[in-house]
Design a protein around this ligand. Structure first.
Ligand code: FNR
Length: 363
């Protein structure tokens, strides 16, 4: 059942990639153009640091798969692409391994192919402390992701219907394991209140993983005989909305969900993400063109992100948080209702010191 589900997820997620409309709320975030802001390309670094970790680039291949023969091959190829481009990578949920240890190799391949890379294990919020440790050990993982997915479980034919123990269990795991714990959504977004709660539970990083890309309510509904949960399609907040909601929340945040190109990466970083994850879009590239296509795509994104930073005057990804941003349309209404100050975002580079820095003036 578990192996079949993994294969279904890949198939249905790829159908979504083909049907994607192209629009998402990242389109409602734009940079104010300052024509004298540019710096020299050699001054730009892509390195990012958070929660005591440093990554060479603010991009990662987010959690997807493992647990069946087919997905083991996918994990092998994703691991090679991560190794060749130097980006971090996460496994899919390792629940299948807890139930059937004979599929260990379909996850362990992530480390075998990428011995020196940054690898994250992934479990659900009902995993026992022992199983969380087994997942970390199997991958010699550098961090542990715990996923929250109520809007996936609800329409999932064989899904959980009991979510009340998740908070206390996350707290137990976070206190017991020896690597940083990252709690992530799976495409419905983490609200500000959720991120604040995670901070209290001892979680080190939140991956907001919002709406706009892979839609797991739709995937699970597609696995139901009657497909009678269509009303849950598109549930949750977009990634851009989540980033705005989580301003100054006191916990490092990562962004994923519907990231389409290097400009979306720059937008997410400018909205405060320390790094940006992609799942469905990178999987589609891999399945269409193999490892060379995925390596080429990730390499191009990194070079284009550096080009954007050069144009915007951001020596590091973190410097993008000093760029002026305009928030438009429905995202602007979201900000008004959530008391998020969009004027501050639009004028944050505006100090005299910043202007002098921008123009190179010494006066
Ligand atoms: C996922 N995702 C996911 N997340 C997770 O925490 N554990 C998992 O096992 C999986 N499985 C999975 C399978 C497939 C095929 C896809 C495409 C995605 C969710 C993923 O990590 C991410 O949060 C969402 O997909 C949103 O990002 P994209 O796809 O819009 O870039």
């Amino acid at each position: 059942m578990s192996a079949q589900r993994k294969d279904d997820h890949v198939r249905l997620a790829m159908e979504q990639q083909q049907a994607r409309s192209g629009h998402n709320q990242f389109d409602e975030v734009s940079f104010v153009h300052h024509a004298l802001a540019g710096i020299d390309r050699p001054q730009v670094s892509l390195a990012t640091s958070f929660a005591g970790l440093t990554w060479r680039a603010p991009l990662y291949i987010n959690a997807m798969t493992g647990g069946s023969a087919k997905t083991g091959v996918i994990n092998r190829d994703l691991a090679v692409a991560a190794r060749e481009t130097g980006v971090a990578i996460a496994s899919g949920s390792m629940h299948a391994y807890f139930k059937d240890p004979s599929c260990a190799g379909t996850f362990a391949v992530l480390r075998r192919e990428n011995p020196d890379g940054f690898v994250m294990a992934n479990v659900n919020a009902t995993a026992s402390v022992d199983n969380a440790r087994r997942a970390i050990d199997l991958l010699r993982a550098d961090a542990l992701q715990i996923h929250l997915n109520t809007a996936q479980e609800t329409p999932m034919p064989e899904g959980d219907r009991s979510f009340g123990s998740w908070g206390p269990q996350i707290e137990r795991i976070a206190a017991a394991v020896c690597v940083p714990v990252i709690v992530k959504e799976v495409g419905n977004g983490l609200s500000r209140q959720t991120v604040l709660a995670l901070r209290e539970l001892g979680v080190r990083v939140a991956d907001l993983s919002g709406r706009g890309g892979t839609d797991f309510a739709r995937i699970e509904n597609g696995r139901r005989e009657l497909a009678d949960y269509a009303f849950l399609h598109g549930w949750g907040q977009s990634t851009a909305a989540c980033l705005l909601d989580a301003q100054d929340v006191g916990l490092p945040v990562l962004a994923s969900g519907g990231v389409r190109d290097p400009l979306d990466v720059a937008r997410a970083l400018a909205l405060g993400a320390r790094a940006v994850g992609v799942s469905g879009g990178f999987l589609a590239t891999l399945l269409d063109g193999g490892v060379p296509a995925l390596v080429a795509r990730i390499s191009a994104w990194l070079e284009q992100l550096a080009a954007l930073q050069t144009m915007l005057g951001a020596r590091t990804p973190a410097d993008l948080t000093r760029c002026d941003l305009l928030i438009h349309g429905s995202l602007r209404s979201f900000c008004a209702d959530r008391s998020i100050d969009t004027r501050r975002l639009a004028q944050r580079s505006g100090s005299v010191a910043a202007l002098h820095e921008m123009t190179g003036s010494t006066r």
